[in-house]
Every structure is written in C-alpha cells, then in structure tokens.
Design a protein. Structure first.
Lengths: 216, 216, 216, 216
DNA sequence: AATGAATGAGGGTTCATTCAT
DNA sequence: TATGAATGAACCCTCATTCAT
C-alpha cells in the first residue's frame, strides 16, 4: 500500500507516476519492471520513489487495485440501471457496460488484466482477490436468479462459463470485424456495439445454426 | 536458436534443461527469468549454458518453439482422422483433440501459452508467429469450408470468434464442474469430456433457451 | 557542540533525545549510528535534528561529554570527603566511589565507555580528551603524593597500572561472585562492596598468598 | 563462513583481503565497515567479493575466527612447555607467552579484540564463543589446580579476576614505562619483559608494600 | 566441450542533508 | 522553530557475460 506521501502528491504528479508504472508493468511484466525506469520516466528521484512506495511490489499492488476499483465502480454503476428487465435484457446491459468498460481501458491496462491470472510467486493476498474477475460475482448472481425463475434452463456451470466469456468474445468480434477501420470509430458509435451484442445474445438464445426459420 | 552443442547433448540432459527453463519462464516471466537459476537447477555450468544458447532470449524462443511444434503435431495428427464427417462432427473431433492436447500440457506449459500473447519488447519474428493461436489456422479453414457448403449461415468473423473460444470454454467448464473430484479423473474418462463437448456443440446449434421442446 | 536550540528544549524532550542517542551509539557503534533511527525513536522530525545538532558526530560528542561530566562530578564530590586519611584509606574511598559510580551507569553508558578508547577516524580533539580515563588524573596525583611520603615504595608506573586497574577488577569480582543472586542486590548493600574492596586492598598490601613469613 | 572460492585463492591475495578487512573493521567498527572500501583497497571487484563471502558479516566472522585460532594455537603451544614447574613458575610462563602473543598482534588485531565484547545486535553463535577470552579456560584450570594443592589460599573468584587481568597490566606497564623509547625495542629484548613480569608476580605473592625487608 | 572464477554494469534500497512551507 | 518531502550519493547485492584453464 503506497505511503501517505504518495496520496499527498498533487493529482498530476500522482497520475504521471501511475501511468508510467502501468506502462512499465505492461511492457516488462511484474518480475521485469525496474525502479530505475519508472523514476526516470516519471521524473522523480529514486529517493522520492521510496518515500511513496515500499518497493515495486507495493506499486504493482496499487496499480492493480486501481484497475480493480475502476472496474467495480464502473460495473456497479451500470448495474444500478438494470431495473425490471428480463434476463436477456439484463445481459444486454451487462455486456454493453462490459464492452464500454473494456474500451475505456488503455492497451496497458488490458495487458495488466491479462497478466494477473498468470503471475506466480506473488505473496499478496490482496492480489489474490484481484485475480478474480470482478464480473464473476455479478454474473453468478444474475444467473442464479435466472435459473430460479426458469428463464435459464441449463446446467449452472455451463451457463456461467458461456455467459462470462461472452463479453470477451464480443470485443474480439468487434476488433476482428473492424480491423481495417479505426477500432475507436466502432466504439464511438454505440449502435455498432449493440449490433454485435445482439449477435451474441441470439447465440445464447438460439445457437449458430439457422433452423426452422429462426435467425432468419 | 540454440547452438549445435545443445543438440549434441544426450537427450536426458537436454530435456532436463528444457524442463528447468520451462519452469523458470512460467514462474518468473520472460523478463524475470535468470540464467543463474536455470544453470543451478539443471546442474550445468554457466559456461556450458553460453555454449548451448546465446542467452535467455534464445532459450525462450526454443521453449516456445517446442510448445508450438507439440501443438501443431498433435492437432495435425488428429486432423488427419477427420475424413468425411459433417461440419459439427468435425468440430466435435477438433474440440476433443483440443481438450486432450490441453490436458497433455503441464501447468508450466499452460502458463507459457497464456503468457505469449502479452509479451512485449520481444524482437523475435519467430515469436510473432508463435503468438498466433495454432488452431486459428485450422479453424479458419474449416469455417470457410462450412460457410461455402452452407452448413454455417453466419457472419464469418462471428463464427470464428465463437468457435475458436469454445475449446477454452469446454476446459473451463470441465474444471468448474469437477472442482471437487480430482480433475485428472475427469480427463481420463473420455466420455466425461465428450458429454461436455456435446453441451457446447448444442449451444452452437441451438442456444441456451428452451424453445419448442428443444433442450427439454 | 549542540546548537542553542537544543539547550532551549524542555528538559524532558532533551533527555529523551539523549537517551535514544546513547542507546543508538551503544547498539550500533559510532560509525553505525543512524540519524533516521534516532529521530524516529525520539519522536522528533529530521528537520529538528539538524536544528539541534550539526550531525551525528556532534551528538556523539555531546553524549560522551555528558558521560565525562557525570564521572568527574561524581568522583569530584567523593574526593572532597577524603580529608586526612592515610594512603590506603584514601584508596578505599576512591574504589568505593568508583564502584558506586560504575553501578550508577546504565548498560548503554558502560558500553559507550568501553567503546571510546577504540574509536578511530574521529577528528575531535574534545574526544581525545574524553578518551582518557578520568580517574587517571586523580590517581596519578594520589600516587605521587604517596610515593613522596614513602607510603608507597614502588615503581611509579607499576603502582599506577596496578592501582588504576583495581576498580575494574573489583567490579569484575563482584559480578563473578554474585552471578547467581541478582547483582543489583549486591550493590545495594554497601558492606558487600566494602568486603570486596578490602580483599583487593589486602592484595595491594600483601599479595595473594597467605603465609607466615610470606611466600617462603 | 567464506565460500570455497575464497580458500582457493592464492595465499597472497587471500591475505591481502584479510589484512584490508581487518583494518576496515578496526577503523570503522562492525556496523561501519563498507564493502566498497574493502574491495577498493584489496583490488578485487565487487563481484568477486560476493563470490568469496556472503557479505560483510561473513567476512567479519572469518577475521575474528582467524584471530581466535591464532590465539589458541599460540597459547596452546606454550602450554605444552610448562612441565613440572610450580604454580608461580607456570604463571610466569603463561604471562610471558601472553605478552609475546599480544605483541605479535598488529594494532588492528588488538582493536578488534577489544571491540568484540561490546558488539551488539550480532546474531552469530560463533562470535559468542569468540567473545570469551581464550585464556580464561587455561587460567581457570591452573587456578583450580593450585587451589587444590594449597599453593593458592584465596577465594577462587578473587584469584581468577586478579590473575586473568595480569597479562593486560603487564602490557600496560611495558607500554607506559617505555613510552619514550620505541616500544618494539622493549619486546625484542626478552629480559625487559621478564623483569616486568616478575614485578607483577611479586605483587601476586606479596603485595605492594615493603614489609620486614621484603621487596627492598 | 566443460568449467567456474572474474568482472563491472546496473538494480534495489538507505541515508544524510537541504529547503520550502 | 518545526516539519517532512525531496534528493542523489553511496551502499549492498545480483546478474549476464567472458575467458583462462
């Protein structure tokens, strides 16, 4: 946990350091990240670094926690808007906010997210928590609800695996589909995203094959 | 690329080094892997290390190439058996061999596989190639074929994303489902795996919802 | 020499700092003592430290001077009581006050005392003075007197060495003898101490062996 | 304990390092000794230093052990020559060899010897052993013997304290006496030393005062 | 071909000291 | 006067790499 001195810094300086650290960890991995590079790039002295953090571990945990908070607050705020929709409508909302969140992440943040589950030899219980996908919690809740109302009639584990992977697939799809045009353009227009989501929601509903007039 | 001296070693010694290196990279990442630990654990001298490899990069590429070859040869051999099945039968075979391959990997090999796509600052064109999922090539071919025969009536990119993620999801599902019993047990009995695969194939065919008597 | 600001502090705060410094030097030696630890333990800020002292050297000299003053004032006050005793009676008084002084010291003060004569690379003339055993001055005076009156008939240097080591030996003896019972108990009862002193005074008078017609 | 690589060095290099280390610890104390200075002065690289020792602690223990071995082997070899002398003759021999040993020490070695008993925060059991004066063991044995034969009629603890301090006093006396002339000269002529020893032996026998014609 | 000691650049961390508030 | 953040020199130690044997 960063020391008080870090939180006392003015926002600009603090965010510069966080940005630099994020990039450092994303580019070199947890074990390859160097204090030297971080202090050089963020324009602080080595001495200051150690007045802000106990070491690179500390900084890493901070970066990851930031990411975690960001995610939880983002998804949390979207969740409040769910209201009285049916199951698949709720998922549509979830996927939309998931995709929007994912898009809000920088390349470096995405890299860190992917890195987390495979970091070994890291003795921080805090990180153990962060390793879990935040949305798992939301999804599990929603799925259980949908099963109890009969909206989903499927094996609980199966439903969970399929649904919790859908956000990622939607994003993969969007990236793939729009390789040529600037990907940012795609995200800026929400209808593009909604279209993609509906494609996957239909899958969840009916499957890939066009049968008996479904999926027309 | 390892030097000739490395390939001249007797198999046992060579594989010891490879095993140690695999574990080193899996545990500490590309940037955190140390020559010292590798030579200590594999019982060779530092001098010898540099007679086998130009450095850790060299060793890393070798390890990853081994993994790639393993995958390609495994899937390749399964592919030959496909014959004249229909589209979904072919996929059933692909998934089965994918799951079997995945299960054949050690923890360390799995970690390396996951690590590959997020390694930056690595100036090896060889690795760029390895980063691609090997099965993509197979899948893309199969999907194009199925689209041209009309067996799949869906957006090509959509089909690709959905199908190429299915193997992973099957494995996730198997792990999740069998948390309690030893996971090894599950893989040993092929019928367990086939059952899981059929679940996902049904999804691809019909979706999650029970409609008109489907999915009872 | 501490700055005026230090002497302006209230007694309690000043003595806290002195106590902490004493312990720091006793535990880590002159070269190993750290400003950081001192300010942390005494609850003052780093900035304040440098407003009180020019650095650790300054503080060290101050601590040692305190110790020196303590010794001189203690022995000085005892000396006044000597009056018109004969030579050995005077020594008895000297030893008694020496032992009492020694006992009045804390463990840390004793350590500092022992440390002083072996500190090198210390460019303070003040300390050079402190390195000398304070009692040397008193003893040399007394011995010269006793030699001139004929009370001691021995080589001056020999007498000096033997006598100036006697205090230490008395303390060693007391510690050794009373290993089992709490050593504090011993010092509290002055008769214990006097008994020990007389043992050593007898040595000075007659030697170790108890024989009629001495030592054949 | 130094690593094998250190003992594999040629004698000259090894002794250079030991000499430098001795001086470093003598001049700056245990906590103030720096690797940097040691490697600079002994002309080895930092890397090499850490191939010889695990750190400065390791080196310190080695230096002290060397000193201990030196002392024990020296005194041990002298002890063998004691033969069938009487008590005080034996002590004469002991003191002589003690003085000769002490004289054989360099200034730095003497400083280290004095430093040992006051080093704190040192978690080496080995050093705890070294802190004990080696001669204590020899003296205790001799004294017990003399008490049982009646050659000494005194309190055991008293005898021990007095006798075990005599070597030091003899040396103090020699230094004091010969301040003016080069002290080395004094030690070179054994008769000077024997004379001093007899002075102290007489004290042990008869005390300082001249009585009934003794000590004339 | 095998070894492992030697090396110095560089990484992590601490420290004494300064200085703006 | 009191404070404590800022700083960079210097410290301890590791590492990749070389090279003589």
């Amino acid at each position: 946990m960063p020391k008080e001195t870090f939180y006392n810094l003015d926002k600009e300086k603090r965010e510069k350091i966080e940005r630099v650290a994020l990039s450092e960890f994303a580019n070199f991995g947890f074990h390859g990240a160097k204090v030297n590079r971080v202090v050089d790039k963020s324009g602080i002295s080595k001495g200051s670094f150690y007045q802000y953090f106990t070491g690179m571990d500390d900084l890493f945990v901070h970066i990851v926690e930031n990411l975690g908070k960001k995610k939880i607050s983002f998804i949390g705020s979207e969740l409040k808007l769910l209201g009285e929709k049916d199951f698949f409508e709720k998922f549509e909302s979830m996927f939309l906010s998931g995709v929007k969140f994912y898009y809000s992440l920088s390349e470096d943040e995405i890299t860190i997210s992917k890195m987390l589950p495979i970091i070994k030899n890291l003795c921080s219980e805090k990180l153990e928590v962060m390793k879990k996908e935040a949305n798992q919690i939301f999804f599990e809740h929603l799925i259980d609800e949908a099963i109890s109302t009969g909206e989903i009639q499927a094996d609980r584990d199966f439903a969970f695996v399929v649904i919790s992977n859908t956000s990622k697939q939607i994003i993969q799809y969007l990236r793939r589909k729009n390789k040529v045009m600037g990907i940012e353009k795609v995200f800026e227009n929400e209808s593009n995203v909604k279209e993609a989501i509906s494609l996957f929601l239909d899958l969840l509903k009916m499957g890939l094959t066009k049968k008996e007039g479904k999926n027309e």
